[in-house]
Design a protein around this ligand. Structure first.
Ligand SMILES: Cc1cc2nc3c(=O)[nH]c(=O)nc-3n(C[C@H](O)[C@H](O)[C@H](O)COP(=O)(O)O)c2cc1C
Length: 367
């Protein structure tokens, strides 16, 4: 059976063979291993900058230096492994996001995805000429049409435009840009958010004669899901959870196995110390925290600007580092609403082949 080709996606002057972006997964889940494997298949592989220096020997000393060094090293390692497109995900909430952004651009990252906050000051943080001439392809991640409008209005005053926008709905894994009560409300579903964001980007595309593809994210798991969102006008999709259960994913095997062991009801919403809800796989650590048991820690570096480290009952960076290393008693695993669907660990190539087959099947166009 021949598979139906997915449309390609152009971001700035880069042509993606497949309109699939691997979502950045912080604290060591998507590093050069996963990112290069996805890039090799024609998608965009994304290295996550959050907590990237946590495993460096001097992390407790000079944290900013450890983060920067590890990020530069991972970008170079990915480049050595693939000729494909490599991006970096940098959360605006990180205390050192400006240094990480400049370092990623300096290392030649093809695109930078910026979430967990409104990246309004980016045209001041880097030379706006780099955005205008397309050498810095910056892609904000938003969870509402309002946020998309605020970014576009602010950047357009400087004649700067995002290379694309990611719209992330409430089914995503990790931190979510919604209030708890919005998560199950159909008005906030990705199916509603995507057309609203497209309306905003199309206005700017017409007025300023620019191209701002919109990439849909959050709960997209199958080739059928990809077909659905492309048909609604998305230029591409961002998928994270589906890539966790691959051999190439940079997390410990126990992290990946927790997806395979999970049932639908095990996917829970937590109140993260960062001040946002998050979606994770239920476990003993999270039960302890929800029952009020504190997990003592000392904060040597306020990694997130929004973390109230004196009041929170555990250190999220520490918990996520433990999980990355396979210590699930000392931490927990973030995952999208569909994480429980994983049945086995496969290769990134297998994931792409399944996505193509599912896409073809959904289109009902097998030839
Ligand atoms: C383990 C994990 C870690 C994540 N870490 C980050 C991160 O560091 N920065 C970010 O912007 N998004 C992060 N996300 C969100 C993903 O990049 C992605 O947009 C989202 O999970 C998409 O939904 P999906 O997982 O259902 O495909 C994370 C998601 C997971 C599952």
């Amino acid at each position: 059976m021949k598979t139906l080709a997915m449309p390609t996606l152009t971001i700035g002057n880069l042509n993606l063979k497949k309109p699939i972006i691997q979502g950045g997964m912080g604290v060591g889940i998507s590093l050069s291993g996963l990112a290069s494997a996805v890039a090799d298949e024609g998608g965009v592989g994304v290295i996550a900058a959050a907590g990237i220096g946590m495993l460096e020997p001097d992390f407790r000393g000079d944290v900013a230096a450890a983060n920067e060094r590890a990020l530069r090293r991972e970008i170079r390692a990915a480049r050595q492994k693939t000729d494909g497109i490599i991006g970096v995900n940098i959360m605006i909430a990180l205390s050192d996001y400006k240094t990480l952004l400049r370092s990623a651009l300096d290392e030649g990252a093809d695109m930078i995805f910026m979430g967990a906050g409104l990246p309004l000051d980016i045209p001041n943080v880097i030379d706006p000429g780099q955005i205008r001439n397309g050498s810095a392809r910056i892609i904000p991640i938003v969870s509402s049409a309002r946020a998309a409008g605020i970014i576009l209005r602010s950047w357009s005053r400087k004649q700067c435009f995002p290379a694309a926008l990611v719209v992330e709905g409430p089914m995503a894994g990790g931190h979510l840009g919604f209030k708890r009560e919005q998560l199950g409300d159909p008005d906030f579903s990705l199916q509603r958010l995507l057309p609203a964001v497209l309306e905003v980007t199309r206005t700017y595309e017409r007025e300023f004669r620019v191209s701002i593809p919109v990439i849909a994210a959050g709960g997209i798991y199958t080739g059928g899901d990809i077909k659905e969102f492309l048909a609604m006008g998305a230029g591409g999709v961002q998928m994270a959870t589906r890539f966790v259960t691959t051999e190439e994913c940079d997390a410990d095997i126990r992290f990946k196995e927790s997806y395979i062991a999970a049932e639908r009801d095990d996917m829970v919403i937590i109140d993260s110390p960062v001040g946002l809800p998050g979606r994770a796989v239920k476990n003993g650590f999270l039960r302890d925290v929800s029952e009020g048991r504190k997990k003592p820690f000392t904060c040597t570096w306020k990694c997130l600007r929004t973390c109230n480290f004196r009041k929170v009952s555990y250190c999220i960076a520490g918990a996520l580092t433990n999980a990355k290393l396979g210590d699930l008693e000392g931490g927990f695993v973030f995952g999208g609403a569909n994480a429980f669907k994983a049945k086995a660990i496969t290769s990134v190539r297998d994931v792409f082949e399944s996505l193509m087959a599912e896409y073809t099947q959904y289109a009902g166009a097998a030839v």
